[in-house]
Design a protein around this ligand. Sequence first.
Ligand code: ZN
Ligand code: ZN
Ligand code: FE
Length: 764
Amino acid sequence: MTGNFAARKVRVNGIVQGVGFRPFVYQLARRHGLRGEVANTPDGVRIHVEGLCRDIDAFRRDLGDHPPPLAQVTEIVDCPDPVDGYTDFSIAASQRHATRSTLISPDVCVCDDCLEELFDPRDRRYRYPFINCTNCGPRYTIIEDIPYDRPATAMQGFTMCRRCQAEYDDPGDRRFHAQPNACADCGPQVALYDRRRRPVAGDAVETAADLLKRGKIVAVKGLGGFHLAADATNAAVVSRLRKRKNRDKKPFALMSYRLADIVRYAVVRAFEQELLTCPQRPIVLLEKRTPNPLCPQVAPGNRYFGVMLPYTPLHYLLLGCGFSALVMTSGNRAHEPLAIENEEAFGRLSDIADYFLVHNRPIIIRSDDSIVRIAAGATRFARRSRGYVPVPLFLKTKVPPILACGGELKNTVCLSMENRAFLSQHIGDLENPAAGRFFENTIAHMQRILDIRPEMIAHDLHPDYLSTRYARQQTDVQKIGVQHHHAHIASCMAENGIDGPVIGLAFDGSGYGGDGRIWGGEVLIVEGHRFRRVAHLAEVALPGGAAAIREPWRMAVSYLYATFGDDLRNLALPVIRKIDSRKIDVIVAMIAKRVNSPLTSSMGRLFDGVAGLLGMRDRVSYEGQAAMELEMLAGSDQAAAYDFEWADGDVRVVALAPLVRQVVRDILTGRPAAEISARFHRTLIELFTALCETIRAESGLKRVVLSGGVFQNVRLLSGFVRILAQKKFDVYTHKKVPANDGGLCLGQLLVAAETAARKRLRCV
Ligand code: ZN
Ligand code: ZN
Ligand code: FE
């Protein structure tokens, strides 16, 4: 048989377009002496091979065993095909019809081969800022439509020169069908302007580097948007950047040329080194070294730096000019989306940046830098965006096409097709009108490039969220509202591939409860499409609503009033001494009369309140700041817990008065804040572990799922993981999507899918 001549058809699905898959197949087929052709199709790659059976078998084995580095093959299907009498092996033109379930590659950092050429004076692309090949370069951010071919990308305006075209056409070349292929003669160019849009003479990159060294702020157009760059060792310029960006304390991200630079200012452990150097090139949160050569204004009041290595050739050229680190913060004003167009950047950033290093390759879709850290032994996403999007998460079962709209803050959206969930890049806080437009554009863009027409839309229950309003406006599609904390727990279940019932600890800032109140410190039993609230933190007033989130002292007064009533004024606490007594009277009156003081069981606010009691901060400049500073402060994790109690009932209510009393006593007796913070963290861990044990005794449930933004707190996360495991619980945490609202859409999607499945069952 093996001597026989035959033909076979092979379909390969997964991330196989724009990653050098066809040249790989071409070379493989030729090596095995086969004839036929390979083509991109809307759902992957199709191969027809003819030759000796023995050679076809060997080809088929190699195809699965050694795919190109960026390919992610999810499926290879093959079957016999009639012999057509091909005379050689070729690469056929792309087909544009039928379904489009092919997977698009995320943006990938410049590869080692291209880097070598970039810095090789003999190479024709020496110092060309847009060098790339089939193994690297922009993808998601330059794709307008699929199949992924040059006319459907941001490169459509650039005609390849003769030499580039020859590389593009040569199946033996590293740039064969590399859609963004270009050189200095034919491709995109960089240019440098001052803030009044006058061109600056000289080599754009070298001049920009000089300006940075002289303490200027330069807006740099990158892969998914603009960065604002400044010398991280220059205190004056970093302070100026903070002032101009109206950003008080929130840490700035850093970029360094190489690992050797990073280890001078931050601690890099083995896992973190792996993350820093991976092709996704996220911002990695690393513990600061003290002392370090960077100026303190980079990340004031924070134990960590957010650091990344360069990921575009332009970054390499810029950083290669001799910086130990550059601040590379997102090019936007507070709360607005990243600027991506040159016009837009000149308009919006001209009173922040002194100079603009721009280029003329359009960014089709905005994509912020991803942010990750290692905590409790695994990778944890604070933001999953550039480099990871649009790689899907694989679900346990096939689901209908669903759009999940996410929450209000740190918004992301999600689309499903069969067993894949495609999470969008970071969209941001939807309170801003520009972010609202970005939200709608992203949904339209993803529906187009993934060719998904949702049959259902899942959304939050909060009637005022922009994402909810958007969902409710859509017609001809089934809509499903999903409770916020139900979605959090379901999100973590989805990425861990587990079904209910489970005990879910959902701890976050705020989410609209099933009763119209603001939830956030919740214990839920979750089973797919439904959940039951079995315990929560005692409710307190949020005096002034959103103002209570901006001013943690208000929360401190609220917890004090709930515990001590009017006697709170007699307590010699820093918060009482520091804040004008008339302001305190106003807040107390608001709470007592229930004026603009909604009730909340939020865990995030409890952190704010304790930080407020310690007098740490009267105002925060971003949500979660006080809570984060309380975590940073925490001393030894051997600290003893405070006494705790809860009220039994259908729904257990965790009493907060005993906790507040003990914290107040410790403050009054002069215990150090580090110890109080450590005891507070320890109390939460022991209290909720005890609650889980009680629930297990009643229900037999032993799986505990942790989700919600508060689990970005490393002390809390690692404490829970450790103690719950000691008590023989199976603990599930987020490793693929953020625990915060950036992961919410995945849970909404899963709940909607389960609801649909239930309905179908009932119909049968
Ligand atoms: Zn390359
Ligand atoms: Zn060229
Ligand atoms: Fe949340």
